[in-house]
Design a protein around this ligand. Structure first.
Ligand code: AMP
Ligand code: GLY
Length: 409
């Protein structure tokens, strides 16, 4: 098939990598230098890009075009496309819409109050004990949520993020990303992954788009997976007819999984880890086309081997990143390098954005996957590269060390 990918980050490179491996012809708008090695980047956007190449299928990476209605436009033009309608993209684009739907369907989530102005927000804070989560209603690329530790911080957050807000109870536990592909009625799940949202090791520092991810069949047990499907995924899809990738950002609380947020696309960097782990027996392009045409039969099968993606970010990220630094070592790197914020400069490949590369590897256990990914990181250099050294480490507790046999003499 001729497949058009909308976007140009690490997630889109991972989608392109997988689909090229399955033998498909890849176009991307706008794409990136990594995608250019396995496909063709286009200058045109949206429907204009589709008119230029007449794709058999279009896959949308980021949320913004979905929220702007790209799926409705392509469908009106008779072009198969993977993703939700503009209406259902509100599951991500409006936190208020998502909370109201969850409440109506009884989907487990944090207790919350919706407010439409700052005064009501300040007043509503009396119903919570800090810490409390304050969330702006609209798309905010990860910057629309503040976890306030005191009432003073909460009031300041209401003023900063308002007027339209979700104020919700703080949930503690480990987070997990649960992503399915749906055709509007049926769905098939990727294995679970876990993101690392903050810049600093040990989950400290400012929030980012994601500094690394791993996917490992041990993050959730099979009964927990079933519970997520029965209480979250199934009710949302059967009620709304959602098509495309539905991503439930979960908090695994002591009373079971609860939804922190929905996204209407693959996560990034999660996509890099989960697509690296997708079993060769899966026809991913087939599953995508079936999602777009309402005929899903293919199952997404993950390999046993866990995978790890370490994001290499430019200095300054998540604020204004420094750009234009030459990147060395990509061709020597033995891990899979997914490109994101890169461009071709006069001296070759150089940094061009906040998250620059995703270094991704698998291994026979989580510890080996981590070692393989960091061995890949060692091969890469650009000035003032920032990355976390603890990607995947939280998962190691689910892999008890092998018993060391006594060696009698
Ligand atoms: P969201 O965009 O709603 O997923 O929020 C971004 C991040 O803020 C999440 O990944 C969590 O780390 C954190 N967060 C959001 N809501 C809560 C909550 N109710 N309790 C604890 N942490 C939260
Ligand atoms: N990595 C989180 C996201 O894609 O929203």
């Amino acid at each position: 098939m001729k497949i058009l990918i909308i976007g140009g980050g690490g997630r889109e490179h991972a989608i392109a990598w997988r689909l090229a491996k399955e033998g498909h012809k890849i176009y991307a708008a706008p794409g990136n230098p990594g995608i250019a090695e396995i496909g063709t980047n286009l200058h045109a956007t949206g429907l204009d890009a589709a008119k230029a190449v007449d794709p058999d299928l279009t896959v949308v990476g980021p949320e913004a075009p979905l929220a702007q209605g790209i799926v409705d436009q392509f469908r009106a033009a008779g072009l198969p496309i993977v993703g939700p309608t503009r209406e259902l993209a509100r599951l991500e684009a409006s936190k208020i819409y998502a909370k109201v739907l969850m409440q109506r369907l009884g989907v487990p989530t944090a207790r919350f109050v919706l407010v439409e102005n700052v005064e009501a927000g300040i007043e509503a804070l009396s119903q919570f004990h800090p810490p409390v989560a304050i969330k702006a209603d609209g798309l905010a690329t990860g910057k629309g949520v503040i976890i306030a530790r005191t009432i003073e911080e909460a009031e300041a957050a209401v003023r900063t993020l308002g007027p339209r807000l979700v104020i919700e109870e703080f949930l503690s536990g480990e987070e997990a990303s649960f992503i399915v592909l749906s055709d509007g009625r049926r769905f098939t799940a990727f294995d679970v992954s876990q993101d690392h949202k903050t810049l600093g090791e040990g989950d400290t520092g400012p929030n980012t788009g994601g500094m690394g991810a791993y996917s490992d069949g041990r993050i959730l047990g099979s009964s927990e997976v079933q519970r997520v499907i029965d209480t979250i995924i199934e009710p949302v899809i059967s009620t709304t007819g959602f098509t495309g990738f539905l991503y439930a950002g979960l908090m695994m609380t002591s009373s079971g999984p609860r939804v922190l947020e929905f996204n209407v696309r693959l996560g990034d960097p999660e996509a890099q880890a989960i697509l690296h782990r997708l079993d060769d027996s899966t026809d991913f392009a087939g599953a995508l086309l079936q999602s777009a045409t309402g005929s899903l039969r293919e199952q997404l099968r993950s390999k046993f081997d866990p995978s790890v993606c370490v994001v290499l970010a430019a200095s300054g990220y998540p604020g204004k990143p420094r750009t234009g630094d030459p990147i060395q070592g990509i061709s020597e790197c033995r891990a899979q390098v997914f490109q994101a914020g890169t461009r071709i400069g006069s001296r070759g490949i150089e940094t061009a954005g906040g998250r620059v590369l995703g270094i991704t590897a698998s291994g026979r256990d989580l510890s080996s996957a981590i070692s393989n990914a960091y061995a890949g990181v060692e091969a890469i250099h650009f000035d003032n590269m920032q990355y976390r050294r603890d990607i995947g480490r939280k998962g190691l507790k689910r892999w008890p060390p092998a018993t060391i046999e006594a060696t009698g003499t």
